[in-house]
Ligand binder design. Structure first.
Ligand SMILES: CC(C)(COP(=O)(O)OP(=O)(O)OC[C@H]1O[C@@H](n2cnc3c(N)ncnc32)[C@H](O)[C@@H]1OP(=O)(O)O)[C@@H](O)C(=O)NCCC(=O)NCCS
Length: 301
């Protein structure tokens, strides 16, 4: 596969480049400890990062002056398709220092990864994330154009780091079709539909599990979700999640577990019925609301 070039890009704040030296990887180890504190066992070590980077993997970093403030890391993987075994990139970690979040750095790192994957001649990238994290959903689905119809239960077993400990490690596995129009439009900064909840409701969309807010301001899922409609498969369906699941996990762990189990059964039913997550809506509120949009049968939508 040969050595890949990564165009070095400079933003007003940060500089992006491929990471390839032991010093670079030591900085990635250090940043992992900061972002996912509490479990040294879960830090991906420099020797593995280096081996991956020298064998078709992609490790990229964003620096402010000489300090690493974000990185993305993935490796080539194999997948079975109807036309045989194919190579994809398996993106394993994306991390941005808390002081630099919500400024587009996560998007910028993924865009660098997108360019490099296309230079490798690949068209598919997969990764997993917790479907109850609204910020990650906004980035992965709405900004990057990934889609999802794969729900994995407790995929990493019991997790030990402070961000993930305490709940079943259920994940969405997303598909990022890097040559699709949907992804190209978003990554090239072109137009893509930025619809709000009212737009989807106006199109006949239905929220399957509208939350109710309790006296303390926490959203609670309904006892029962609405049944999947059988009349019109073209109707978009929406699934609500908490807008701030990390605070809920810290302060209301039982409610967080209720949301995990509630959304697990809903997404499993939707994916088994042919629905695909294609969009994500986040509205500031109050109360803030976060909802996935699912479309029937759309692979790349
Ligand atoms: C997930 C992560 C990489 C995102 O990085 P980032 O630099 O903040 O990403 P971006 O700024 O490109 O995108 C975040 C978007 O979410 C939005 N956002 C912030 N809080 C949100 C919320 N509660 N709900 C919905 N969207 C939210 C931001 O406004 C931004 O969107 P915008 O550009 O339209 O304003 C970073 O938060 C992180 O390192 N988290 C901890 C580790 C992690 O979860 N890694 C990914 C799984 S391995």
């Amino acid at each position: 596969m040969g050595q890949l070039s990564l165009r070095q890009s400079t933003d007003t704040l940060w500089t992006l480049r491929r990471l390839e030296t032991p010093e670079d990887m030591a900085a990635v180890e250090e940043l992992q400890r900061y972002i996912w504190p509490g479990s040294e066992t879960d830090v991906v070590p420099a020797h593995l990062l280096l081996t991956v980077a020298h064998n078709g993997g992609l490790v990229m970093g964003a620096f402010v002056e000489d300090t690493l403030v974000g990185f993305v890391f993935g490796f080539p993987g194999l997948e079975s398709t109807s036309s045989g075994i194919r190579v994809k990139q398996c993106s394993h970690m994306l991390g941005v220092h808390p002081d630099y979040r919500d400024r587009g750095l996560g998007f910028t790192l993924k865009r660098a990864q997108w360019r490099a994957v296309r230079e490798q001649g690949l068209d598919h990238v997969t990764w997993t994330y917790d479907p109850l994290l609204s910020r990650n959903a906004r980035l992965n689905i709405a900004k990057l154009g990934a889609v999802c119809n794969t729900y994995l239960r407790e995929v990493y077993g019991v997790m030990r780091d402070a961000l993930n400990a305490g709940l079943p490690s259920d994940r969405f596995q997303v598909d990022w079709w890097v040559n699709s129009r949907r992804v190209e439009d978003r990554l090239n900064g072109g137009l893509h539909p930025q619809r709000g909840l009212a737009d989807y409701l106006g199109m006949g969309g239905r929220v399957l599990n509208a939350a109710k807010w309790d006296d303390q301001g926490w959203p609670r899922p309904p006892e029962e979700s609405a049944p999947l409609p059988t009349d019109d498969p073209a109707r978009p369906l929406l699934v609500e999640i908490p807008a701030d699941f990390l605070s809920m996990k810290a302060e209301q762990p039982d409610l967080a577990l209720t949301w995990r189990l509630h959304t697990r059964s809903l997404f499993e039913e939707l994916f088994a019925s042919g629905y695909v997550v294609t969009e994500f809506v986040h509205e500031a509120g109050p109360p803030p609301r976060s909802l996935y949009v699912l479309t029937h049968g759309a692979r790349e939508a």
